[in-house]
Structure formats: structure tokens, C-alpha cells
Design a protein around this ligand. Structure first.
Ligand code: ATP
Length: 572
């Protein structure tokens, strides 16, 4: 009998359903007991009283009726149990999803996506077996022997006691193997997670593998992972088989002892043959739930080890704590100030940001340039509060961003990054991430302003063309123009452009730069333009900062002259 206290806690809202399933299961046991009691009487009448078939007709009809009732009740128990399991899974998925959102991208940077994905999708699915089959059967297997014993005791207390003792022993005996089964199922879970993570890696990185001619080597690694999963699965099966064998041994030994002792007592005239027959028949029913439980041990074990992966995610601490709700939205000037900000990634070799102080004034276009690894993206993500600085503070309109509700904070900002992600859906749906209630006219106006309208109408279904995963492939430049259009629909007070032309065909770069220049000229937007290459971010901005190793190393007025000055300073 293995139970997982935290898994049981997940069933908090559906306990009455589980109890209902167990009650229906117990009613099925009652129907089974009644059928076997009638069967014992029929056998006794045939053997001892040489009864005619006509005398047995009604008991036989009764038996058939009881079989039907029992089947119906078992079906009902299954329906209730599976419905319960679905309710638990839906609630758990919602909790996990909300927790993942609260954990934010920082958590996924630190964990292997495939492993987390396995827990979120497959792990939750595995709980179906625990709540839908294992748990209700466990309750029935624990209660049925006690109920049947009461019935047996009325007929023959001593044989009933033998059955009860063996039934309860058989229920708890598997605990002897608890450590073995737990360890083997945890090993299997780890192997499964590793295979999932490497498999996802291989699929996502397929072009890189092909380009470097590493597909075969990766294939070998995946084969090793699959073998590890095979070995650990065999380990789980071995542990489960041992558990099942022990249960079967307990059941068989119990039945044999009861039969032998009953036979001795019948031959000594201490017990009526009819009573022994009835009690032995009931013995079948006392052990039935246990026998059925042995078939579920494997599912139960796998579910419990999957739960560990789920609890790992649920236990991951949320580092960014949302500010308390405020009655009215704060009136915030779109001005960002970094005040002595330090930030180091866990596991990072050195701090990504070091005593960083700078200001982006309201309505200003500010350039932030620096070599790769300087900390530019870290500046952007910390403005969005994907993580909080270890020291110092970031202010929006003079208010510490930790005191602004996350929704309001992120509402003020829009970000175009170097790797814009398109979701599977139509162009229009992707654009509406910026303005969920935007009309078609508004979509088109935003697309026109972002210089995206012309290429969109040339797509096979125009704005209704499916893009993203398994959709029409867009070039880097087209994706960026869509991202800018979505940003315009959001109409933010603060626009952050994190290397928006990185990796884009040189002939399209000028086009995107001209769209950005138009935006910066609007005057109602505060713009942070982050670039690695010294050029556009300096030409197009009013002021600039140079960031190196997480610190500001120089600053000045933007414009064409700034390019040469910074080039000379950075020697790039
Ligand atoms: P690039 O232009 O190449 O994108 P960047 O200037 O944006 O570089 P960041 O991505 O902010 O630089 O990284 C700053 C430093 O933090 C780098 O040394 C990087 O290796 C490190 N870093 C970034 N992300 C993580 C992470 N998730 N865990 C550990 N270290 C990280």
C-alpha cells in the first residue's frame, strides 16, 4: 500500500467524489459477496441435498441478477473515478500553468525545457492512473476485507479471521519493497526526463546538427538515453513483479491455510460443510480487490514518480513577487532610472550588471550599445521584471518597479527582441497579441506603419495566413516588421528594441531602421534602442550609453558623430 501524502492533498476539492467511487466500489463488493453466498448455497444443495434443477432456478436467476448489478456498479465506479481524475488534472494543470507564468522566463533559463515539458504534459497525464484507478481500488482493497470479515464472522468467526489476517497482511506486505520500488521509479523518471530533454534539444537544433554533421553523434546519444530508459523501466517492472508476486503469495497462502484448517474442522465435526463452502466462496471476494490492485501497482508507481517532477516545479520559488493590487492605476511618467543595479545570474561566472546607473528620460530615444555579453539583454529583462536586482533599484516614473503591479508595469512597455517568436496562428492573430480587440482597419494601419502591410497581402491568405510552427515561414525581417506592428497596436509609453536588426538581411535592415526612425520621431514615446553594433543605435538616438561587462563605460550625445567617437573608444 503506497500512498503519496502530497498527491492526496491534490484531491482536496474532490474528496467526496473519491469517497463516492469507493462507496460504489463497496456496493459492488456487497453484490459480489451476495452472489458467492448464493453460489455456495447452490453448490451445497447440489452436493448434499441432491436438489433438482427446478429447485435451483430462482437462486440461479438471483445469481445472474447479482452479476449484472455488480457489473453495473463497477462500471459506475470507473466512470466516477475517471471523472474525478479529470477534474484533478484540469485543476493541477491550471495551477502549474499559473505557477510557470509566475516563475517567468528566468526559471526556464535554468531548467531543461524537455524535462519540464515532460512533467507538465506527460506527468500530469500519468496521474489519471493514480486518481482514476489506483486510489479508489486502494480504498476498496482496504475496506472490503473488513466488511466481508464481518459477514464471515457470522458464519464462522475463526476461518474469517484467517482470511482477514492474510488480506490485511497482503495489503501492507508490498511496503517491504517500498524503497526499491521508489528508487527504481525515480530512476525511470529521471531517465525519461533526460530522454525528453535531449530529444527536444535534437529536434530544435536539427539544422545546427545537420550543418555540423553531428546528427549521427546525437543519434548515438539519444540511443543511449533510450537504453537507460529501457533499463530503468525494466527495474520498475522487476520491483512491481516482486510486489505482485508477494501479494499473490499472500492471497494463495491465505486461501490454502483457510481451506486446510476448515477441512480439518469439518472432519472433526467442529464446522458444517455448508458454512465452510460459504466462507471459502467469500474468500474469493475478500482477495479480489487485492488481486486487482496488483495490476495497478505499476501505474501507481509511475504516477507517484511523475508527481515528483510536478512537485519540483511547484516547489520552485517565485523570485519575482507581484506588488499588491492597487485601487487605481498609478500615473507613471515613461522614464526609467537604474540606480546602482547589481544582478548576477545563478551559476553565472561574474555579475551581469554591476552598479549600473542610467536614466532614460520621458519621450527620449536612448541608445545602449555594447559588445556581446555586456549585459544588454539583462538590462531589458530586468526592466520587465523577469528577475529583480540583487542590489539597487529600477524606477519607472520615480516609482520602484517592485511596487508597481506587474500587469501595469508590462502594460506600459513593448519589446521587440532579436528573436521574435511567432505563435502558430494567423498573421492577424499574431498581430492581436499587441491589441486583442483591434479591428481589421487598426491591424492594417499598424502593419502599414511598420512597413509590413505589403508583404502580408502577398501571403497566400493575406492576414489570415497561418504562420509560426507548421505555418508559412517568414523571413527574419518580415517577423521583425510584424513584431513592430504588434507593438504599435499595443500603443505603449515605452518601447524597447533589443537588437531588432540582428541577423536580418542587410537589404531589409535599412527598411526596418527607417520604420524605427519614424517611431522615435513621434516624440510621445520613450525608446530604448539596444544594439551590439556601433551604428544605428548611435545615429538614431539623442543620447547613448556604452555598456561593457555590466558597467557604463562612456556616454554622450547621439548623432552621426557619436559613431566615430564610440568606435574609437571601444576600438571596434
Ligand atoms: P548579446 O548581445 O550577445 O545578446 P548581451 O549584452 O545581451 O549579449 P546578456 O545576455 O545580458 O548580454 O548577458 C550578460 C552576461 O550574463 C553574459 O556574461 C552571459 O553569459 C550571462 N548570462 C546571460 N543569461 C544567463 C543565464 N541565464 N545564466 C547565467 N548567465 C547568463
Amino acid at each position: 500500500m503506497y500512498l503519496h501524502p502530497r498527491l492526496l492533498a491534490l484531491a482536496k476539492g474532490v474528496r467526496w467524489r473519491i469517497i463516492l467511487a469507493a462507496v460504489v466500489g463497496m456496493l459492488a463488493v456487497v453484490a459480489g459477496v451476495a452472489r458467492l453466498a448464493v453460489a455456495a448455497v447452490v453448490i451445497f444443495k447440489i452436493i448434499h441435498e441432491d436438489a433438482a434443477f427446478s429447485a435451483l432456478a430462482w437462486p440461479l436467476v438471483g445469481m445472474a441478477g447479482l452479476i449484472l448489478v455488480r457489473s453495473g456498479l463497477q462500471y459506475l465506479q470507473e466512470v466516477i473515478s475517471h471523472h474525478t481524475a479529470s477534474v484533478v488534472k484540469v485543476a493541477l494543470r491550471e495551477r502549474l500553468y499559473n505557477h510557470c507564468l509566475a516563475l517567468g522566463p528566468g526559471y526556464f533559463d535554468q531548467s531543461r525545457t524537455g524535462d519540464v515539458l515532460m512533467s507538465l504534459a506527460e506527468g500530469v497525464e500519468r496521474l489519471e492512473a493514480f486518481f482514476g484507478r489506483y486510489l479508489p481500488q486502494m480504498i476498496v482493497a482496504a475496506l472490503a476485507p473488513i466488511f466481508i470479515f464481518v459477514f464471515m464472522a457470522l458464519i464462522d468467526f475463526r476461518t474469517g479471521l484467517v482470511f482477514l489476517a492474510f488480506a490485511l497482511l497482503t495489503l501492507v506486505l508490498p511496503n517491504l519493497f517500498h524503497r526499491w520500488t521508489r528508487n527504481s521509479s525515480m530512476a525511470r523518471r529521471d531517465a525519461y526526463g533526460a530522454l525528453g530533454a535531449d530529444f527536444l534539444d535534437a529536434v530544435q537544433g536539427l539544422p545546427t546538427l545537420k550543418a555540423f554533421g553531428q546528427s549521427r553523434a546525437r543519434g548515438v546519444l539519444l540511443a543511449e538515453r533510450a537504453k537507460a530508459l529501457f533499463r530503468t523501466t525494466m527495474g520498475v517492472l522487476a520491483a512491481n513483479s516482486a510486489t505482485s508476486a508477494l501479494t499473490i503469495l499472500g492471497i494463495t497462502a491465505g486461501a490454502a491455510v483457510a481451506l486446510a484448517w476448515g477441512a480439518v474442522r469439518v472432519s472433526n465435526d467442529e464446522l458444517e460443510l455448508r458454512s465452510l463452502l460459504i466462507v471459502l466462496m467469500l474468500g474469493v471476494e475478500i482477495f479480489r480487490p487485492l488481486r486487482e490492485l496488483t495490476q495497478l501497482y505499476h501505474d501507481g508507481m509511475i504516477a507517484m514518480s511523475s508527481a515528483e517532477g510536478i512537485f519540483d516545479i511547484m516547489d520552485a520559488p517565485v523570485e519575482v513577487v507581484d506588488a499588491a493590487e492597487i485601487a487605481a492605476p498609478l500615473e507613471l511618467t515613461p522614464e526609467i532610472t537604474f540606480e546602482g543595479v547589481d544582478y548576477a545570474y545563478s551559476g553565472g561566472r561574474r555579475p551581469a550588471l554591476h552598479d549600473l546607473s542610467f536614466t532614460l528620460n520621458a519621450g527620449e530615444t536612448l541608445g545602449l550599445v555594447g559588445p556581446s555579453g555586456a549585459g544588454k539583454s539583462t538590462v531589458v529583462w530586468s526592466m520587465l521584471r523577469f528577475f529583480d536586482p540583487q542590489n539597487g533599484r529600477i524606477l519607472l516614473g520615480g516609482t520602484d518597479i517592485r511596487e508597481i503591479p506587474l500587469e501595469q508595469l508590462r502594460d506600459q512597455m513593448a519589446v521587440v527582441t532579436q528573436d521574435t517568436y511567432l505563435f502558430h496562428g494567423t498573421v492577424a492573430e499574431n498581430l492581436r497579441f499587441g491589441g486583442p480587440s483591434a479591428s481589421q482597419e487598426q491591424l492594417e494601419a499598424a502593419a502599414q506603419a511598420a512597413n509590413a502591410h505589403d508583404f502580408i497581402i502577398q501571403l497566400p491568405q493575406g492576414y489570415e495566413t497561418v504562420v509560426g510552427e507548421r505555418g508559412h515561414r517568414l523571413s527574419g525581417g518580415e517577423k521583425q516588421r510584424l513584431a513592430i506592428a504588434a507593438t504599435l497596436l499595443k500603443d505603449p509609453a515605452l518601447l524597447i528594441l533589443d537588437e531588432p536588426t540582428e541577423g536580418i538581411q542587410p537589404n531589409v535592415v535599412a527598411e526596418i531602421e527607417s520604420v524605427i526612425t519614424d517611431l522615435t520621431r513621434r516624440g510621445d514615446l520613450s525608446v530604448l534602442l539596444v544594439e551590439q553594433h556601433v551604428g544605428f543605435a548611435l545615429r538614431a538616438t539623442q543620447r547613448y550609453y556604452v555598456l561593457e561587462s555590466g558597467r557604463i563605460t562612456s556616454s554622450g550625445e547621439g548623432g552621426p558623430g557619436a559613431v566615430d567617437a564610440v568606435r574609437a573608444a571601444m576600438a571596434v
